[in-house]
Design a protein around this ligand. Structure first.
Ligand SMILES: Cc1ncc(C[n+]2csc(CCOP(=O)(O)OP(=O)(O)O)c2C)c(N)n1
Length: 602
């Protein structure tokens, strides 16, 4: 049967047909749809875990029970999960354990760009990389089998383009009829990593990678395609698709086993061609492996090391490097339409519950900014506040006109950074801003640190009742599972009080006065305090009250309301207009207006 599937959907279906029994994930672009698709199969246990580390541990535990298990996450999620991942590499598995991680070259939706192929080398575990949805589907079966045969977790790598593009998949399997029964076989030497056991396992890891090195040389999905022998191109992932498109006449080696490296296969290919090129996104990972074999190779001298590739980039660079003749026809690769559009910064949505709170920071004394958002040194304010930020929709408050954040590093970092600034002796008041999903993910441990180490930080938890940025997945505070069932809901307020924060207030996200006074009190308090700003995300739960409009007779054109950055508002002539279609009626602009000229549409 043929199906049109995205890479992520194909990965989920491939895992399902391969007999996966437990799937755990934390959302993150470009990986999110893997779990969303897997959760459609009711005979599998699936979960949104609190974070990627927990997802990895859940999958590892299930594997120890002898069943096939997988964890999926975005590239930076593997940083969070790296501790249990390295442990899994050491203990090995029982049931097949596959970790699907999705890199994001070009940082379409990520706080950083990194090439996770290095994790495979560091952990000495195999990594497979599909070149389209068909291969993504097929590789999942291979991945589970390799995991069981070699007693190792297997990494499957995808990238944004592969995860999100749809290609035709010939679905030629059904779910395995015979699944392994869950049964934990006690083996402390394998599963209890005290140093004496870990040392033994360390040797097992080396033996394992040697066997895998041999194995990958005959892996059937690695493929040599012989054409003209002047140039031979080695590529993997979407890089392979681009390479085939741009170098139509060349010979190609498609590498699906990106780690360990099939040395015999590479030698065989290099002997058949005059010159080897490597086309790969991000780091010269394959290129360095080829170099290690003593084979002359060209790669990153002409292919960019930063960002996402596309056929146009490769073709232009190849022409510049003299690897392809000058174009005689017009470029066949269509330009992205976005290139001709004026740039628009990402914005908070109309009616976003983060807007009023982020607006309130300015009143509390955010440093004066210049046009770029940097501090204006001439207007240095002694009584300012510093806002350490986190990752979620509220991060968009960093842009004009809100300029609401001073830092954003990685998920959960806001609270620890606030404590660090305080303990470094900074005299300014410090606010940490974090979303509800991110607080559960990795903010809670830092808040415990604040309590334990007697910090005085003000923490604002932006509780919009969902993981909005990645598409409204459930998290412990929502009580909605990956399969959309009602499950136990962790009460945020009790949790925060439970770890010892006495000064907790809950305020409505659209009540500016209430927010101002709660945040002000918290900032002035000498104790650690938490303000939960609660209001539903309007793109999650459709909220539409009567919209607002501007009374143009009364409007003085002061543009105070525009400081919110609400996309429903725009300047028209001397006044401001509100798009009643997108206005949700949240009323925050009306609360700001000094002449009260914004009123409900009559
Ligand atoms: C380590 C890591 N995992 C996952 C992500 C993807 N991601 C970005 S923000 C976010 C959570 C956003 O939820 P929340 O904190 O509730 O804020 P909201 O977007 O709802 O405002 C996630 C999962 C990431 N950037 N980094």
């Amino acid at each position: 049967m043929k199906q049109l599937l995205s890479g992520n959907e194909a990965i989920a279906l491939g895992a399902y047909h391969a007999g996966v029994r437990v799937g755990a994930a934390y959302p993150g672009t470009p990986s999110t749809e893997i779990m969303e698709s897997l959760a459609q199969f009711s005979e599998i246990y699936t979960e949104w875990s609190t974070n990627e580390k927990v997802a990895m541990e859940v999958a590892l535990g299930a594997s120890y029970a002898g069943v096939r298990a997988m964890a999926s996450m975005k590239h930076v999620g593997l940083n969070v999960a790296s501790d249990p991942f390295m442990a899994a590499a050491t203990t090995g598995v029982d049931g097949g354990l596959v970790i699907v991680e999705c890199d994001d070259p070009g940082e379409h939706s990520s706080q950083g760009e990194q090439d996770n192929r290095h994790y495979a080398r560091m952990a000495k575990v195999p990594m497979l990389e599909p070149t389209d949805s068909q291969e993504a589907y097929e590789l999942m079966d291979w991945a589970f089998r390799i995991s069981e045969e070699f007693d190792t977790p297997v990494l499957v790598r995808s990238t944004t383009r592969l995860s999100h593009c749809k290609t035709v998949v010939n679905v030629d399997r059904e779910r395995l009829s015979e699944l392994k029964k869950p049964q934990f076989k006690a083996s402390p030497a394998k599963y209890v990593m005290v140093p004496s056991n870990a040392r033994v396992r360390r040797s097992a890891m080396e033996e394992r990678i040697l066997k895998l090195r041999e194995y990958v040389n005959d892996f059937p999905l690695n493929e040599i395609i012989m054409n003209d022998t002047k140039i031979g191109i080695i590529s993997s992932g979407v890089g392979y698709q681009y390479a085939r498109e741009v170098f139509k006449d060349a010979s190609h080696l498609k590498l699906v086993t990106v780690y360990p490296f099939p040395d015999r296969l590479i030698r065989e290919f290099s002997e058949k061609v005059e010159r080897i090129l490597v086309i790969e996104e991000l780091d010269p990972f394959i290129e360095e492996e080829v170099q290690r074999l003593g084979i002359p190779v060209t790669g990153k001298e002409f292919i960019p090391i930063i960002g996402e590739l596309n056929p146009e980039i490769i073709e232009n660079r190849a022409i510049e490097a003299g690897l392809l003749p000058e174009k005689t026809t017009t470029n066949p690769h269509p330009k992205a339409p976005a290139a001709s559009l004026p740039p628009r910064p990402p914005l908070l949505c109309a009616g976003c519950p983060h807007m009023a709170a982020e607006y309130s920071f300015r009143k509390l004394g955010l440093a004066e900014r210049d046009d770029t958002g940097d501090q204006n040194e001439e207007k240095f304010d002694k009584n300012r506040i510093i806002v350490t930020g986190d990752i979620g929709c509220y991060t968009l408050g960093v842009y004009a006109p809100l300029f609401a954040l001073d830092t954003t590093a990685c998920m959960g970092a806001s609270i620890g950074q606030a404590l660090g600034l305080e303990k470094a002796g900074v005299k300014d008041k410090i606010i940490a801003v974090i979303g509800d999903s991110t607080f559960f993910h990795s903010g809670i441990t830092a808040l415990i640190d604040v309590i334990y180490n007697q910090g005085t930080t003000t923490v604002i938890i932006m509780d919009n009742g969902t993981t909005a940025m990645t598409g409204h997945q459930g998290h412990p505070g929502t009580g909605i599972s990956a399969t959309q069932r009602q499950v136990t809901q962790v009460d945020l307020e009790s949790l925060v009080r439970g770890i010892g924060i006495d000064d907790v207030s809950v305020v409505g996200a659209f009540d500016l006065k209430e927010i101002n006074s709660a945040v002000k009190n918290s900032v002035q308090s000498e104790k650690p305090s938490v303000v939960i700003v609660r209001g539903a995300c309007p793109t999650h739960i459709r909220i539409k009250s009567t919209p607002y409009q501007v009374d143009t007779e009364k409007c003085t054109g002061c543009h105070m309301c525009l400081r919110l950055g609400c996309p429903a508002m725009r300047i028209t002539g001397d006044t401001v207009a509100i798009d009643t279609e997108s206005c949700t009626g949240c009323s925050v602009c009306a609360q700001i207006c000094p002449v009260k000229c914004i009123q409900v549409v009559s």
